[in-house]
Design a binder for this molecule. Structure first.
Ligand SMILES: Nc1nc2c(c(=O)[nH]1)N[C@@H](CN(C=O)c1ccc(C(=O)N[C@@H](CCC(=O)O)C(=O)O)cc1)CN2
Length: 292
């Protein structure tokens, strides 16, 4: 079993991004700028936003965070999106999810200019991804594909089983794994809460991507020997540690790891690639690589 080291790969890619940002700065150009909208005070979202700001600083990008109380109205939030859509100093921006229940996240995402949608969540970007056209690829799925590539994991002709059909992970990663490219060219089965005989399907997986949102859901009896396991789950479990919690994934590492050829840990796997992929998308936005 080989552990897929998301931290190591993320650091390598960050160094490459930093080199490109240094070239921009040396040429006396304005560096890429990522803006983020944060609504409410969800502790996990606060952590992710802080990590995104820190990552921007580390590679030489600038960033800004637009913070609003949970009570902000949908209309007010749409106006912030309109402002960022037209602010020429902002090359790309994201709306941190989840949003409070009274706000329709789809409506907010649809308002983002697709050319600045570095999360790749806008229907235009999702549609372009489905059609195999250049698009911003959502950060977590892009990070998964990068990890598979960096570890030289063969995907062509393999059976990839994806657990979960969310817009952020399950749906886009199944598009990426089935596209006519490598990594990709897989036969993909997308499983969800209404799938029957789930374990029968997961046992057929050469590559299993778990993004189902339930801690320890995938157990050793659900996988075959030699499977490649990508764990996308991030669950904060309260405990008596100094932090008050520890992080665990959708996979029961203890029973699944011994049967796997490769496996991503949680923490230290896919999560760290999410932020790096966002930086890569921001660089693409800066260079107008997708929309000129
Ligand atoms: N607008 C968006 N909202 C959300 C996204 C997203 O891509 N865009 N994804 C997730 C949260 N997320 C980024 O926003 C994210 C999740 C996890 C990590 C990460 O580094 N995980 C670490 C553990 C970190 C911890 O201690 O909590 C790991 O897995 O090692 C980064 C970003 C939902 N919302």
């Amino acid at each position: 079993m080989e552990l897929i080291d998301g931290k190591k790969i993320a650091e390598e890619i960050k160094r490459e991004i930093a080199r490109k940002a240094a070239e921009i700065i040396d040429a006396e150009q304005t560096p890429p700028h990522l803006a983020a909208i944060l609504v409410g005070n969800d502790p996990a979202s606060e952590t992710y936003i802080a990590s995104k700001e820190k990552a921007c600083r580390a590679v030489g990008f600038t960033s800004s965070v637009y913070r609003y109380p949970a009570e902000i109205s949908e209309q007010q939030l749409l106006e912030v999106v309109d402002f960022l859509n037209t602010d020429e100093e902002v090359h790309g921006f994201i709306v941190q999810l989840p949003l409070p229940r009274h706000i329709d996240a789809n409506k907010v995402i649809e308002r983002i200019n697709p050319a600045k949608d570095v999360d790749g969540f806008h229907p235009v970007n999702v549609g372009r991804l489905a059609l195999g056209l250049p698009s911003y690829v959502p950060a977590t799925p892009a990070g998964i594909v990068l990890l598979l590539e960096k570890y030289g994991i063969e995907t062509e002709g393999k059976h990839c089983v994806v657990l979960g059909r969310s817009n952020i992970v399950g749906t886009p990663v199944s598009l990426l794994m089935s596209r006519k490219a490598v990594p990709g060219n897989c036969t993909v089965t997308l499983c969800h809460s209404k799938t029957t005989n789930l374990a029968e399907i997961t046992r057929q997986a050469d590559i299993l991507i778990a993004a189902i949102g339930q801690p320890g859901f995938v157990t050793g009896d659900m996988v075959k020997e030699g499977v490649v396991v990508v764990d996308v789950g991030i669950h904060r479990i309260e405990d008596n540690s100094e932090k008050g919690y520890h992080i665990t994934g959708d996979v029961d590492f203890k029973s699944v790891a011994p049967k796997s050829s490769y496996i991503t840990p949680v923490p230290g796997g896919v999560g760290l690639m999410t932020i790096v992929s966002l930086l890569l998308n921001t660089l693409k936005a800066y260079n107008r690589e997708i929309y000129s």
